[in-house]
Design a protein around this ligand. Structure first.
Ligand SMILES: [Fe+2]
Length: 179
């Protein structure tokens, strides 16, 4: 049983506000990659796709004199931390199971290590899936954030993905709530 669908998440005004910053096309595409990878890694596709859809909601716009400032971003970015908190708040508000919301927030938190101190971290499969899904959609120079996709097409893709997730969960009741 799913408490919250991708469509619920995607159409929420908070998701729309923040997904627009890092690119709806990127978010939709990473969610699709996460579905494929979730089956491969035997991770619950419901959690993987929602965490993937929300993985970049923490982006802040780093501008200097009206120009995007990559250096400033690279040095100061904490989008994974902010994103984990925003994703968690939104999921809980939508009625997500708290244990699942925590799992997804952690996957958002760890989808990049660009802001983390040096060191090795043992990631679980859900966290790996979200990270690999993000990397699968990456383009040089951060161009994946600027690809355009209009809202209607994005919504249709998200609804189609919801259907695929529901089909998998119907077939296989064995997915644990968490990863
Ligand atoms: Fe990303």
């Amino acid at each position: 049983m799913r408490n919250v669908t991708l469509t619920d998440v995607f159409t929420h005004p908070i998701a729309q506000k923040y997904l627009g910053r890092s690119g709806i096309a990127h978010a939709v595409s990473v969610a699709h990659h996460a579905f494929r990878l979730a089956l491969e890694y035997e991770v619950n596709p419901d959690l993987a796709t929602k965490a993937a859809l929300l993985h970049d909601v923490g982006h802040y716009e780093w501008y200097t004199n009206g120009q995007w400032d990559y250096e400033k971003y690279r040095e100061n970015d904490i989008h994974a931390i902010k994103g984990a908190e925003r994703a968690h708040k939104l999921l809980i508000r939508l009625g997500e199971d708290p244990a699942s919301a925590k799992e997804m927030a952690l996957a958002v938190l760890l989808h990049t290590d660009s802001y983390l101190p040096e060191g090795h971290l043992d990631k679980n499969n859900l966290q790996k899936v979200v990270r690999l899904a993000d990397e699968a959609d990456e383009e040089p120079g951060g161009n994946h954030h600027y690809r355009k996709m209009d809202y209607d097409l994005a919504l249709r893709k998200i609804q189609a993905l919801d259907q695929k997730v529901a089909d998998v969960l119907k077939k296989d009741q064995g997915y644990k709530k968490s990863s």
